[in-house]
Design a protein. Structure first.
Length: 151
């Protein structure tokens, strides 16, 4: 008799978890994830998060890839190209030469030019004047540095 009660309880809890589990986005907004019977694949464009879920598993993997060419270079061109478009200003051309991202920075000892561009954007010393790099753009650049400064 105890086994029968336990089985009924397990089945009831299973149905309850299915009914209440659903989408984990409880704010009512679609955050770019699409689910189907065969699994889901979603991309959050703001952060380039790619989530995948295989059918029948609870595995959820998130992969973030921020690249120089797609994400960082446009920011650098907007704010830095006016002065840093050749090696004469600051000893680098980080706005159009990816390899210069890895040069040692003289403005930020111990940092690469790529990392220093984030540091100086955060402290507001670069670019001089206005407009300044936005917090969202700084976050993109920081994710690029943290991710190994991918091309």
């Amino acid at each position: 008799m105890h086994i029968h009660r336990l089985l009924v309880l397990v089945v009831a809890l299973g149905f309850l978890s299915i009914a209440c589990g659903g989408d984990e986005n409880h704010d009512g907004h679609d955050h770019g994830t699409t689910q189907t019977d065969t699994g889901n694949t979603g991309v959050d464009v703001a952060t380039e998060d790619v989530a995948t879920e295989d059918a029948g598993t609870e595995e959820d993997t998130t992969e973030t890839v921020v690249s120089y060419a797609l994400h960082v270079q446009p920011i650098l061109e907007t704010y830095c190209a006016g002065c840093h478009s050749d090696a004469n200003m600051g000893g680098h051309n980080i706005t159009s030469n990816y390899d210069d991202s890895f040069l040692d920075s003289t403005s930020c000892p111990g940092e690469s030019m790529g990392a220093c561009s984030v540091t100086l954007s955060i402290d507001g010393s670069m670019p001089p004047g206005n407009p300044k790099v936005t917090a969202e753009e700084i976050a993109i650049m920081q994710a690029w540095v943290d991710g190994g400064m991918q091309p």
